[in-house]
Write a protein that binds this ligand. Structure first.
Ligand code: FES
Length: 133
């Protein structure tokens, strides 16, 4: 466990925003076929495009749990446009760094968030371009 920072271990032991949102506006799922870790991100989005609530369900290693929990903490209260731009680097930095192998393997929640937002836009008949402008 010595390879992880204190921030990673703290969040692993007491992860925030774990679980599901029953009436989620959108859901994003990512899996890592190599190690089998998998996570679902649930978003509750209001009419102003603000992420009112976010939960994550993570079946994975220490780093997967810590990065997914940290991602929810970062994006809660953001607009979907801002949340879409959050990077893996930012998540890792806020955890005081990640071991290199874990960066690629486990830092997946940002992808799940982007998938959920894509799903939300599709469902509401909007396009991704508006997030990139
Ligand atoms: Fe691959 Fe955890 S071991 S995401």
């Amino acid at each position: 466990m010595g390879m992880y920072t204190k921030e990673v271990m703290d969040l692993f032991l007491k992860p925030e925003n774990m679980g599901e949102i029953e009436d989620a506006s959108a859901i994003g799922k990512v899996g890592n076929p190599v190690c089998g870790d998998i996570m679902w991100v649930y978003l509750k989005i209001d009419e102003q495009d603000i992420i009112q609530d976010v939960k994550v369900k993570t079946f994975g290693c220490v780093a997967a749990i810590a990065t997914s929990s940290k991602t929810t903490m970062i994006i809660k209260g953001m607009t979907i446009k801002d949340a879409y731009k959050v990077t893996k680097k930012q998540v890792a930095e806020e955890l005081g760094g990640l071991p290199k192998t874990k960066m690629h393997c486990s830092n997946l929640a940002v992808d799940a968030v982007q998938r959920a937002i894509q799903d939300y836009l599709k469902k509401t008949g909007r396009s991704l371009d508006e997030l990139e402008s």
